[in-house]
Design a protein. Structure first.
Length: 81
C-alpha cells in the first residue's frame, strides 16, 4: 500500500482572503515576523498497490477532475515515504 499526497494551493495571482485574515490575526495572537500567509488543501490518497507511474497518473487525473479547481488552483502530487 502506498500513500500519495496531493497539495492544492491557489495560484499566486489569485487573492487569498482566508490567508490574509490569518496573516492579520497572527500579530494579535503574539506571533511576529510573518509577512504573508496562503492557505491550501492537502489530500492523502491511499493506493491498494505501489505508487508507480501509472498510479500517479491516475492520482493526477483525480486532482484535475475533482480535487483541484485548475482555473484558480495549482496542485502537486508526491509519494509519502
Amino acid at each position: 500500500m502506498a500513500r500519495v499526497i496531493v497539495d492544492v494551493m491557489l495560484k499566486p495571482e489569485i487573492l487569498d482572503p482566508q490567508g490574509q485574515a490569518i496573516a492579520r490575526a497572527l500579530p494579535r495572537l503574539g506571533f511576529s515576523g510573518v509577512s504573508a500567509v496562503r492557505q491550501g488543501k492537502r489530500f492523502e490518497v491511499e493506493l491498494d498497490g505501489p505508487a508507480d507511474e501509472a498510479a500517479l497518473e491516475e492520482v493526477r487525473k483525480m486532482a484535475e477532475t475533482l480535487l483541484a479547481n485548475t482555473v484558480i488552483e495549482d496542485y502537486s502530487v508526491r509519494v509519502e515515504d
